[in-house]
Design a protein around this ligand. Structure first.
Ligand code: SF4
Length: 354
């Protein structure tokens, strides 16, 4: 089977089964590069189902690249809170500003031009170039890796196999509809060529698929074993004021969860000793330890935070660099999901009411 015939089979399948996604243009309509780009940044390491409500709210708040570029960074972080990977939100904001300042508000229409923007790596540049501008670019995400390693029974382990996968995608790209081809590959991986029990009987590539012929679909892709990060520990202090406010501060702009809000915490270290936690508290009080710690997994390490609760009278002023925020106004704070879990563990908040 020729590459052209394979691409044609996939596109025929796509024309009948494409997913309707809020950021996707309907057939025959030109996609909006801003919406394509924002959705691709949000979708990195997050599922379509999880992203949809965030995307809708984000677009309602920042309907254009100009609106996003001009928004205060706190507002952007707040709209992003819950999606995780906050460096992406900072880059998203910086990228929108770069598009306004250096490109007159229009996204560059080539992979090279896009890659020069903040927060746009090889995958996003390929995806936006293909989807928004119909450029013949390869956008290789986890779904595409799975489909291609199965189609060609690529036994090399990821991430090393990526360049070979990319070559294979480029060799299949049709000249006339590269944008639809990129989206079709993503859809095939998301809906048919799933990690477990792929629906090969419905797949437009069932005949040429090497993994299916060998009956080894689920053994692809092969992955190099991951090195687990060392667990870090720390203490988090939830201080409630009598008027129903809790003590918060803003994390430094750079680094993990940069610019986000948090309750005061100790350092997070592998060798953190809870015995000395009182010294890390924001105020010298009688703190109560909550038995069950909050566990969270970041990309590079797991974290275990032991929660301490305390209370102060209404007239109490926040220590320097901190603020009291009413629980009723918590939704307006850029609190990452980790911190919501901490406040929830302290018994002061329920995520169901957010
Ligand atoms: S035939 Fe099965 S394993 Fe092969 S690409 Fe299609 S769904 Fe995936």
């Amino acid at each position: 089977m020729t590459p052209e015939a394979r691409a044609a089979d996939l596109l025929t399948w796509y024309d009948r089964h494409r997913r309707a996604l809020p950021w996707r243009a309907v057939a025959g309509e030109r996609p909006d590069p801003y919406r394509v780009w924002a959705s691709e940044i949000m979708l990195q390491q997050t599922t379509v189902t999880a992203v949809k409500p965030y995307y809708e709210r984000f677009m309602a708040r920042f309907p254009t690249v100009q609106a996003l570029a001009e928004a205060p960074s706190e507002e952007v972080m707040q709209a992003w809170a819950g999606l995780g990977y906050y460096s992406r939100a900072r880059n998203l904001h910086a990228c929108a500003q770069a598009v306004m300042e250096n490109h007159l508000g229009r996204f560059p229409d080539t992979e090279e031009g896009l890659r020069a923007l903040p927060g746009i790596g090889a995958y996003t540049a390929g995806a936006v170039a293909a989807i928004a501008f119909d450029r013949p670019a390869a956008a290789v995400d986890g779904n595409v890796e799975r489909v291609m390693t199965r189609l060609f029974a690529i036994a090399d382990e990821l991430p090393g196999a990526r360049s070979l996968i990319r070559e294979k995608v480029l060799a299949l790209l049709p000249h006339d509809r590269p944008g639809d081809f990129a989206q079709a590959l993503m859809d095939l991986g998301a809906t048919i060529c799933t990690p477990r029990s792929p629906a090969c009987g419905l797949c437009p590539w069932r005949e040429p698929c090497q993994a299916r012929i060998a009956g080894m679909q689920e053994s692809f892709p092969r992955k190099a074993p991951k090195k687990a990060g060392v667990t870090r520990y720390g203490a988090a202090f939830v201080l409630a004021r009598a008027d129903g406010a809790i003590l918060l501060r803003t994390r430094p702009a750079k680094g993990l969860l940069g610019g986000m809000a948090e309750v005061p915490t100790s350092e997070w270290r592998a060798d953190y000793e809870l015995d000395g936690a009182a010294q890390d508290a924001p105020l010298p009080l009688s703190w109560t330890q909550v038995v069950e710690p909050v566990r969270h997994v970041f990309t590079h390490f797991p974290l275990e935070l032991t929660v301490f609760t305390g209370s102060v009278p209404e007239r109490t002023q926040a220590p320097a660099g901190m603020r009291f925020t009413k629980l009723a106004n918590l939704a307006g704070e850029p609190l990452p999901s980790l911190m919501l879990k901490v406040v929830e563990r302290a018994g002061l908040y329920s995520s169901k009411t957010r």
